[in-house]
Write a protein that binds this ligand. Structure first.
Ligand code: AMP
Length: 192
């Protein structure tokens, strides 16, 4: 299990209430103590910076993946073990997906939503079979999940696609899901 590479998508904001940084720190602490590798956006700001520092301080490794445009002092992390600079955001996401063995979304904004929804979309289309977890701290994603229910009820998505991701509320549960994960085959998308 050592060196398991987990990609965490999360907020780049430095203006959140403390409890959100606490969750990022806690997840980083457990990942670090298990000697896991964090794959993240490479920023030193927001929850991204918090989890990066926490993984490192607790004995894990950190790989940052940042597009050229954001590779600037003050934004890019100075303490990641490895920093991969990509041409653009698309190449960055592709690299994150390639390196990671699992994905976790902590609370985040548009960037985080875009990233986690992309890995769900790719799994739905069977481009990968990796575990995906929403760490729904403080029920942050409550309204997103209500929207997901609308997708299922109105047949924009198959009920079977609930299997594409897990929803948990603590870092321990997120890592347990990933460690015990077995891919379950899903039904084909409508047009396949
Ligand atoms: P957001 O949730 O909108 O704050 O965006 C955070 C997500 O988008 C992270 O998972 C990053 O991969 C990426 N991202 C957004 N802003 C930055 C930034 N300034 N530096 C590095 N990555 C960023």
């Amino acid at each position: 299990m050592e060196n398991k590479r987990i990609c965490v998508f999360c907020s780049s904001s430095d203006a959140l209430k403390k409890s959100f940084y606490d969750v990022a720190n806690e997840l980083g602490k457990i990942m670090g103590s298990k000697k896991y590798t964090l794959v993240h956006g490479g920023g030193q700001i927001g929850l991204m910076g918090a989890i990066g520092k926490s993984v490192k301080e607790n004995g894990g490794k950190v790989i940052g993946i940042i597009p050229e445009k954001l590779n600037k002092k003050g934004i890019v992390s100075e303490y990641d073990d490895e920093m991969i600079v990509t041409k653009d955001m698309g190449a960055r996401k592709a690299k994150m997906c390639e390196l990671a063995e699992a994905f976790i979304a902590l609370p985040g904004g548009f960037g985080t939503l875009e990233e986690i929804l992309e890995v769900i979309t790719l799994k739905q289309l069977k481009y990968h079979t990796k575990p995906i977890v929403f760490l729904n701290a403080e029920n942050f994603y409550e309204h997103l999940f209500t929207q997901f229910e609308i997708l299922y009820n109105e047949k924009f998505a198959k009920e079977d696609y609930r299997k594409l991701y897990a929803i948990v509320s603590t870092p321990e549960e997120a890592l347990q899901y990933i460690e015990e994960y077995n891919y379950e085959t899903i039904q084909d998308k409508w047009f396949l």
